[in-house]
Design a protein around this ligand. Structure first.
Ligand code: HEC
Ligand code: HEC
Ligand code: HEC
Ligand code: HEC
Ligand code: HEC
Ligand code: HEC
Length: 242
């Protein structure tokens, strides 16, 4: 009786087996998670809260804990499209290392977007649409708001908040301004207007275009000409001034 009891409680075989188990288990865990055996260094931002937990580390981290931008872009498809078509901010050089400007693990409410000089001082030239004239006095959200976003469906599908994103605008004037002239003049508004104000405008040019649309073209003996206004040759009437 005693001998049997002693054996079942103090057998040297059982502790040895468990030691091996533990070792194998550790090795397995180490290799299957690429070394991410440690716990998360902190809570993720609220946009990424659904990615909390050990099984999701590899959604963002690649081999050796490095941030894998391809992983980020797997979810952020609208951005991936922009980068692939070489458009927008993130297609610029210096935007490859996501973790440089998107700091994680500092809690649900820690800003996920780091603006190098602050959002208000953002150098808009980087986007390929320089802010000039009156636009310099606009607030960011005067332009970056739902009503000016061109392809709304796509953004709603991707669950974007249309009043929070900076994507989706087009730089053509008519995306945000009414065509006062109902298509009678050019859609290249800056031909006649400056970005400071709609008034005054290049009246002579407007008159020129309107007359041209009725089959008349002026060749002015000054530095100003009507070149650039397209007309069919048959409708050309040359009227030399003086
Ligand atoms: C939503 C994407 C995302 C997920 C999911 C994620 N991380 Fe991270 N993690 C990051 C980013 C981005 C950084 C870089 C942050 C920085 O440099 O400030 C980072 C940095 C780290 C660091 C380095 C911290 C430092 O101070 O250098 C560790 C360690 C880490 N993560 C572990 C984990 C673990 C473990 C998990 C899973 C439990 C995990 N992460 C899940 C995005 C993520
Ligand atoms: C599994 C999908 C998934 C992965 C992987 C992922 N994200 Fe996100 N991310 C989301 C979702 C969902 C949102 C919230 C909706 C939105 O803004 O697109 C979000 C939001 C964001 C935002 C916007 C936050 C804001 O305040 O507007 C940034 C920036 C961001 N993610 C960067 C990253 C970076 C960098 C990585 C890689 C380290 C990454 N994400 C990986 C799904 C993901
Ligand atoms: C007069 C309107 C206007 C104002 C004001 C404005 N933007 Fe823009 N912004 C645009 C347009 C138009 C684009 C799109 C340019 C393109 O893609 O061709 C754009 C693009 C951007 C982008 C690039 C998005 C991407 O990734 O492609 C960022 C970031 C941005 N703006 C930030 C800002 C910030 C920050 C402010 C305020 C300091 C601001 N904008 C003020 C019109 C404006
Ligand atoms: C040099 C800084 C910088 C780097 C590097 C960078 N970003 Fe951004 N990111 C920004 C800024 C600034 C914004 C806010 C303006 C905007 O939306 O374009 C932003 C916005 C975002 C957004 C939100 C856009 C939206 O849908 O409205 C996502 C998602 C994002 N970045 C993901 C990434 C990923 C993925 C990488 C790596 C491939 C990356 N970023 C690299 C600065 C950076
Ligand atoms: C992304 C939207 C957007 C685009 C694109 C845009 N604007 Fe604007 N613009 C605005 C907003 C918003 C204001 C301020 C509100 C207003 O006056 O309509 C403004 C104001 C102006 C003003 C001043 C009006 C006044 O009386 O004070 C002029 C002039 C102007 N824009 C010209 C242009 C021209 C020319 C283009 C094309 C090269 C253009 N804008 C492209 C959004 C835009
Ligand atoms: C060929 C020249 C020309 C082009 C191109 C042109 N405009 Fe004009 N626009 C004028 C003239 C001339 C006036 C009258 C200005 C005045 O009374 O001083 C005017 C007036 C306006 C006004 C009214 C100003 C006011 O307060 O009464 C707006 C708004 C305007 N244009 C917007 C646009 C927009 C938007 C575009 C581009 C889609 C555009 N224009 C293209 C010549 C032009």
């Amino acid at each position: 009786m005693d001998i049997i009891n002693n054996k079942s409680h103090n057998s040297p075989v059982i502790p040895n087996l468990c030691g091996y188990c533990l070792l194998i288990l550790l090795i397995l865990v180490f290799y299957t998670t690429d070394g991410l055996t440690q716990l998360s260094p902190g809570d993720l931002h609220k946009s990424h809260a659904h990615l909390e937990g050990l099984k999701n580390c590899s959604e963002c981290h690649g081999i050796g804990q490095k941030i894998a931008q391809a992983n980020c872009l797997k979810c952020h498809q609208l951005l991936r499209e922009r980068i692939n078509s070489n458009q927008g901010l993130h297609a610029q050089p210096g935007f490859e290392a996501c973790e440089k400007c998107h700091v994680e693990h500092h809690g649900r409410d820690f800003e996920l977007i780091y603006w190098e000089n602050g959002q208000e001082n953002f150098n808009h030239q980087q986007t390929g649409f320089a802010l000039e004239g009156k636009h310099l006095t606009n607030k960011c959200r005067d332009c970056h708001q739902e009503k000016f976003i061109a392809d709304k469906e796509k953004f709603l599908e991707a669950k974007k908040d249309l009043d929070k994103t900076f994507l989706g605008l087009k730089k053509q004037c008519l995306n945000c301004h009414q065509d006062e002239h109902r298509g009678q003049l050019s859609s290249e508004c800056v031909t006649c207007h400056t970005l400071n104000s709609w008034k005054p405008a290049e009246r002579w040019l407007a008159a020129c275009i309107l007359l041209a649309s009725h089959g008349m073209v002026f060749i002015l003996p000054t530095e100003r000409s009507c070149s650039g206004i397209r007309m069919s040759p048959t409708s050309l009437i040359f009227w030399m001034l003086s």
